[in-house]
Design a protein around this ligand. Sequence first.
Ligand SMILES: [Zn+2]
Length: 319
Amino acid sequence: MIIGHLPAGCIVSVWLFPRLRHCGVGFKAFLLAGLLGAVAPDIDMLYFHWVDHRQHHHHTYATHFPIVWAALCAISIAWWLASKRTGRATLAVVFSLNGFIHILLDSVVGDVWWGAPFFDTGPFALASVPARFSPWWLNFMLHWSFGLELALVAGAVVAWRLKGRLLLGRGGTALPAHPETRRAPLKGTSMQIKFSSVMVQDQAHALRFYTEVLGFEKVSDIPMGEHRWLTVRSPDGIEGVELVLEPMAFAPARTYQQALFDAGIPALAFITQDITAEVQRLQAGGVRLRGEPVRMGPVTVVMFEDTCGNLVNLVQPGG
Ligand SMILES: [Zn+2]
């Protein structure tokens, strides 16, 4: 196989990523590991040219032994399962799987010693390419197997164009396709997400907690009868997005808030790029945390109480 390895790595990686998307690894790193795996066995060409001086077929080196790649696949899958699907183990899986596929593709017309190093089965190839022309690669280009290589290139182009449908969301994190998103999108909305709200037992207390303890800034404070239209924003947050500190004038709201709190379900979530520093800051401010930050797939999460009747999830995306 001459040009088919990288396209095959692209096809396999684009196909596999949505299936392993919960493993805390971004698409770029995943694709890079897959592409490296797809060409990794051919690293032995360096040894072939510079050390062995073309004395032996490079498929007789350990880098082209099927059992080596099968073992790497088995070890990385075992690591992946044992480590509860961490990002590094996921990269090892896609790397070694593509390495094994490289050996399968080499077996189409390039000799592969499938019994090595334990059994002397000799080289195996699905078809042999007669040496009629010079240079050597012309024989391969005029053989039917080159059609397979071209098909892999075409497949990679198709996979690359379809990848947008598989990888929704920012930062290369794929999300499962929602039935609603299968429809053609309605383009050009002028609607913006501006407010998110949280119910609070006492607005004055909530304003103090969200500004003085959490460090948000007050944006609006408009009297509305016995309550206020009260909003805060994060100084480092997304421009224009405000959190509404909603009064609980509606009795069922109290029941709902209490039920969420009792069940340990967060009423809202904030993100941070440094959860460790944020936890230290909250602890210094006397905020009650529910346990330590824990890794959950692609995010690290800890919950704290907002003293207004809610649990808040603090989330750090990525590793
Ligand atoms: Zn090879």
